[in-house]
Ligand binder design. Structure first.
Ligand SMILES: [Zn+2]
Ligand SMILES: [Zn+2]
Length: 244
């Protein structure tokens, strides 16, 4: 570590965003840190549907598929979600999206993805490219960055997988999905995406921040499958449990 960085680190030690304890950070300048204790107490999505990553009840055996995937399988082939969308994860994801600081988005991406290595996701063949869920241009202008791209960047660097930035756009401005049920969400997002450039990858991994009912990533997967992509996976930071 450079002397200047070491001095800065001593002057302004990083603190855990949740419990405020000092964290000795390997990455000076990272604007958000989680201490080991807080990180390990997060709701990891270990018991979930292997097809859509829907959190399943404690005690469900590994490799299970949820009822919805049995009756109506999604367009994507597999999905992983690092966390359940509960407790502290909700607040962290909110910071990721609405802090309006790209450095926050990046460091939250780093924190979340530090969990990915231990996940089983890369036991299968590596995808040929990563496809961050596109934002509509007006929303991108307003927010200044696309949080899914920032997450994809961290993963791309770590696993040396290229990011596909230009193949798909969100051409239809859809009202926010918040507050809609599964049926309304799927109607709301229908035909929201368009393929504007050929996609050369046979195996695409869609990257999203939070998957709620799965209708957004399913719509994107449908488009990819309809245009010759053989295998589509989904990786998200957090997956919401079914309400009620
Ligand atoms: Zn902490
Ligand atoms: Zn499922």
């Amino acid at each position: 570590m450079e002397l200047a960085e070491r001095l800065l680190d001593n002057l302004f030690p990083s603190r855990c965003i949740l419990c405020n304890q000092t964290v000795s950070s390997p990455d000076v300048g990272q604007s958000i840190e989680l201490c080991v204790d807080c990180f390990e107490s997060q709701p990891f999505n270990t018991i979930c549907c292997t097809r859509c990553a829907l959190p399943l009840a404690e005690g469900t055996s590994k490799g299970s598929i949820c009822g919805r995937c049995i009756t109506k399988p999604p367009a994507f082939d597999y999905a992983y979600s690092v966390f359940r969308y509960e407790d502290d994860v909700i607040g962290l994801v909110h910071q990721l999206k609405f802090s309006e600081k790209i450095t926050y988005a990046r460091s939250i991406g780093e924190i979340f993805l530090s969990a990915v290595n231990s996940e089983e996701i890369f036991n299968r063949d590596l995808p040929d490219c990563l496809l961050p869920v596109p934002l509509h241009s007006s929303r991108l202008r307003k927010r200044g960055f696309n949080q899914s791209i920032e997450i994809a960047r961290v993963l791309s660097k770590k696993k040396k997988i290229p990011i596909e930035y230009n193949a798909v756009i969100r051409q239809r401005k859809t009202p926010p999905q918040t507050g809609l049920d599964a049926k309304q969400r799927s109607k709301n997002i229908k035909n929201a995406f368009t393929l504007v450039n050929d996609i050369q990858c046979g195996h695409v991994l869609i990257i999203d921040d939070v998957v709620t009912t799965g209708s957004t990533v399913n719509e994107l997967a449908k488009l990819l499958k309809g245009n010759g992509v053989e295998c589509v996976g989904v990786l998200s930071i957090a997956r919401a449990p079914i309400k009620g």
